[in-house]
Design a protein around this ligand. Structure first.
Ligand code: CDP
Length: 211
């Protein structure tokens, strides 16, 4: 089994960028587990299926292929909303968590990012990071990202959305978003991407030495 780095945190905390940088630095495979929820949601939406039928959503989740996940195709706001709705369903979570756990065993190592990696998917991971930032900073980043890509966005709407998504992710009964007891907390509110990367690297290098 490879070396596992588990990265969790709320929407727009900077997990994605950090996870990709870490995977590249160590030559590890990376899985953005949010995409597995998004792909399930998109398949339901595309097929015109209801988002509140757990048996159907669970079956669709079992058919998701990890190899074809693409954030550009899955980035639509409506898909993110639908993803966070079906992510409360235990049958959906069980199916996707099994696929994520199989991925996590790849050699020489893996980086998985999501909401429940350190707590549920890979509770024995030797490195767990919980990446967070204030809701204001996260809304600002999401806003600037959309504007940067030439889109239109209202800060107030995005801020309301970030709060709503946090409440749904932290408040659900199955696998709520929370730091694992042994996670290193990384608050990126006032940290550059490079500073967050260096902080993460020091935790990972220390764990690799012990391994
Ligand atoms: O990019 P963004 O922060 O909007 O979210 P994402 O990582 O793409 O995940 C979309 C939704 O999937 C989240 O709001 C969560 O509800 C859910 N999710 C989850 O429940 N567990 C994970 N390991 C990853 C995502």
């Amino acid at each position: 089994m490879g070396f596992i780095i588990a990265i969790d945190g709320p929407a727009a905390a900077g997990k994605g960028t950090l996870s990709r940088q870490i995977a590249e630095e160590y030559g590890f495979h990376h899985l953005d587990t949010g995409l597995t929820y998004r792909a399930t949601a998109k398949a339901l939406l595309d097929a015109g299926l209801a988002l509140d039928d757990e048996a159907v959503a669970g079956k669709i989740a079992r058919e998701v292929e990890l190899a074809g996940l693409d954030r550009d195709i899955l980035s639509a706001h409506a898909i993110g909303e639908a993803a966070s709705k079906i992510a409360v369903m235990p049958k959906v979570r069980r199916a996707l968590v099994e696929a994520q756990q199989a991925f996590s065993k790849r050699e020489p190592g893996t980086v998985l990012d999501g909401r429940d990696i350190g707590t549920v998917v890979c509770p024995d991971a030797p490195v767990k990071l919980y990446v967070t930032a204030s809701p204001e900073v996260r809304a600002r980043r999401r806003h600037d990202e959309i504007i940067g890509k030439g889109g239109e966005a209202s800060y107030d709407e995005i801020f309301a959305d970030v709060k709503k998504r946090d409440a749904r992710d932290m408040g659900r009964a199955d696998s709520p978003l929370k730091p694992a007891e042994d996670a290193h907390l990384l608050d990126t509110s006032e940290m550059s991407i490079e500073a967050a990367f260096q902080a993460a690297k020091s935790f990972i290098d220390a764990a690799l030495k012990k391994n």
